[in-house]
Design a protein around this ligand. Structure first.
Ligand SMILES: [Zn+2]
Length: 489
């Protein structure tokens, strides 16, 4: 009797709970809808990678009505670190960016996301309500403001915050750990940038986004916490393959006992690492910013609906590994003379960014040489039959950089001059001439061995055919437009 009486009630509750969960059932967000949200809400005040802590403060404050702002503490140099909370759901998600100061792509996307979350009457209210009711979001943009202002990786103590999760020497690391411990999120997003030289292993495709569910022990075991992160990543990858097919890598999961991602995973938060890499034609990473916005919003939607449960850890492991096989320029079969013998060398060159007061310039050097067949160049030159040739310094000094035209520079290169002198100007000043400019020195360095600055000619019968100026390839017979960021020496 009793059970016969209870059955209709049980059925009623079963049906009720089915409909309750059906209200938030997971349906994939269309790419176009995510893209349109970005275009509508991107933060117009941020237009490039090198924004500063001070640039963000008014942008944080303008969200003070919809978000709960809290100053968590200050960096070594006294800059504020603020958390921004939004939503009242039971699933807690924490997102933190820029613990490495020069890794700013995701910070831009977070500010786009803040604008989006604050919007209304735009066709996205249903999504917003869902996120608001299911999730409690805690954002900490720019964990390392001192590093960000100098646009360098480490903090003002020269500590890598991502090796300070346990020792807690840096105030910034203390702030991040305390934020996690106080909030105890179910999900965490650890937002970084990786070097532009990362590729999808053994392919020439740049790893524009790399993802990782960090390991929580040396054995790289999988528990529920890490498994959930892997499932969520599998869903993110599905969207990414529509946006940037073949350009998603799985970051190395070797356990690092000092890192935040690994430890936050260990402390019970399903942690997802997003690494923003490079994308051809996007030096300021504005397209990659858009991709970040789209995959983060998509992931939040997956978490709010538990949509990640439809993905498997196998799908996560099917994402190809990251490689580090990209070079700016590879020159194959260049002839080099050593002790009277000619040797054909492949050399691989990278041009790395160096900060200065006005922005940055590039500093190119030889990364490796010999057989370079496992590497891929953004540019590749077959130098068969061409010989390495040192350049000369033009003896007559110009007044200043602006008195040297590009045509003049090319004319001098064709005559075998690699460098010109100027009377006025400052060392480290940036210029865009395809020739070396000397102010504080009479000489420049060059060479073909590993670590050498790459300033030389490739010559045929002693006549310059190509110039390699600070790693930029200049075809002296077929000039092309390229953006050059050189410095005055
Ligand atoms: Zn990083």
């Amino acid at each position: 009797m009793k059970s016969a009486f209870l059955t209709p009630f049980l059925l009623f509750f079963l049906v009720l709970s089915f409909y309750t969960s059906a209200q938030v059932a997971y349906q994939k967000m269309p790419v176009e809808k995510l893209a349109a949200a970005y275009e509508k809400y991107k933060e117009a005040a941020i237009t490039h990678r090198r924004f500063k802590h001070a640039d963000l403060q008014p942008l944080i404050q303008k969200h003070g009505a919809d978000f709960k702002l809290e100053e968590l503490g200050k960096s070594v140099e006294g800059r504020s670190i603020t958390s921004m909370k939004w939503g009242q759901g039971s699933t807690k998600v924490m997102l933190w960016s820029q613990m490495h100061g020069n890794e700013s792509t995701a910070t831009m996307a977070l500010f786009d996301l803040f604008n989006f979350l604050e919007g209304k009457n735009d066709g996205y209210d249903e999504l917003r309500t869902l996120l608001k009711n299911q999730l409690s979001l805690k954002f900490i943009p720019m964990i390392n403001p001192d590093g960000a202002d100098a646009f360098k990786r480490r903090n003002a103590l020269d500590i890598d915050l991502n090796r300070d999760a346990i020792s807690q020497i840096s105030p910034e690391a203390v702030i991040l750990k305390k934020a996690r411990d106080d909030f105890e999120p179910e999900f965490g997003f650890n937002l970084h940038d990786q070097q532009i030289y990362y590729n999808v292993v053994n392919t020439p495709k740049q790893a524009t986004i790399s993802l990782l569910a960090p390991a929580y022990n040396y054995e790289t075991e999988i528990n529920d916490v890490r498994g959930r992160a892997m499932q969520t990543i599998a869903g993110m990858n599905e969207l990414l393959q529509e946006l940037i097919p073949g350009q998603v890598g799985k970051y190395d999961d070797a356990f690092e006992p000092r890192a935040f991602g690994d430890n936050i995973q260990k402390w019970g938060t399903s942690t997802i690492l997003i690494e923003s890499g490079g994308y051809q034609g996007d030096p300021e990473k504005q397209y990659i910013r858009k991709i970040n916005f789209m995959i983060i919003l998509n992931a939040l939607h997956q978490i709010a609906t538990r949509g990640y449960e439809q993905y498997t850890t196998e799908q996560y492991f099917a994402i190809p590994d990251n490689g580090f096989q990209l070079m700016d320029l590879i020159i194959n079969e260049m002839q080099v003379k050593v002790k009277g013998e000619w040797y054909p060398l492949d050399i691989a060159i990278r041009r790395r960014e160096t900060e200065n007061a006005a922005g940055y310039f590039m500093s190119a050097s030889v990364e490796d040489l010999g057989d370079m067949q496992i590497f891929f160049g953004f540019e590749t030159l077959d130098a068969t039959g061409l010989q390495y040739l040192e350049g000369k310094v033009y003896s007559t000094a110009f007044e200043s950089v602006k008195d040297i035209s590009e045509e003049k520079a090319i004319e001098l290169l064709r005559q075998g001059f690699m460098a010109v002198k100027v009377k006025n100007g400052e060392a480290r000043q940036v210029h865009s001439l395809p020739i070396l400019v000397l102010k504080s020195t009479e000489k420049y360095s060059s060479g073909w061995m590993t670590g050498s600055a790459t300033n030389f000619f490739l010559a045929k019968e002693g006549k310059p055919r190509y110039a390699i100026v600070n790693g930029y390839l200049i075809d002296l017979e077929n000039l092309k437009n390229q953006e050059i960021r050189n410095r005055v020496f």
